[in-house]
Design a protein around this ligand. Sequence first.
Ligand code: HEC
Length: 194
Amino acid sequence: MKLPTLLLSSLLATSIYAADQNASITPADIKMEGVSYIKKLGGTLKSELQEHMTVDPTAVAAFGFCTAKAMEITEEVNKALPDYAKVRRTALKTRNEKNIADATDIAVMESYITAIEAKTFTPQDIKVVEEGNTTRVYKPLVTNGVCLKCHGQNVSKEIQEMITVSYPKDQAMGFKAGDLRGVIVAEIKKTAEK
Ligand code: HEC
């Protein structure tokens, strides 16, 4: 497999899973690999969001950025991953319907909400789910003050207008600080598909 030089060093550290299928790869290795892919997507989106929020604290520029680029960035990050891996965002209440959750996603998110309600939750609670040929690694996304500018109970008139225009079926509103907003999930296949 030919990889762009830029990515080679980071992938060397993480793609042990497919490179050595028969060796003793532990669940901890897979978890670590999944977390590294989650960080790639989460880190890129987070730094872009922060940059746009700094330039324009009304969140209007950042909203335009998320609408235009969040999916594109997700695709780019995925192109740079090994063929057997994929990473995406999902939520119980989605803004973009393309991010809709499946049954496994829903079960994991419900368990995070139960932990939040029971006050046993920590944002470091990474969940690993084995599903047939695939291992899924989940990281929870909890809302803070920044998120609420676009997902909260009192968004500005400008943001509300942008939501109405771009996401007529939006559900990702009305959150409070500390709520589960969604998850990032990495999916890692046990045998690399040819
Ligand atoms: C500037 C406005 C804005 C801010 C601030 C913002 N979001 Fe979003 N968020 C959006 C938009 C717009 C989308 C839909 C993007 C798309 O169409 O791909 C989105 C989508 C998402 C999704 C994907 C699932 C879905 O509903 O489609 C998650 C998860 C998410 N946001 C979490 C967060 C979290 C956590 C924060 C705070 C750290 C945050 N967002 C802050 C505007 C924002």
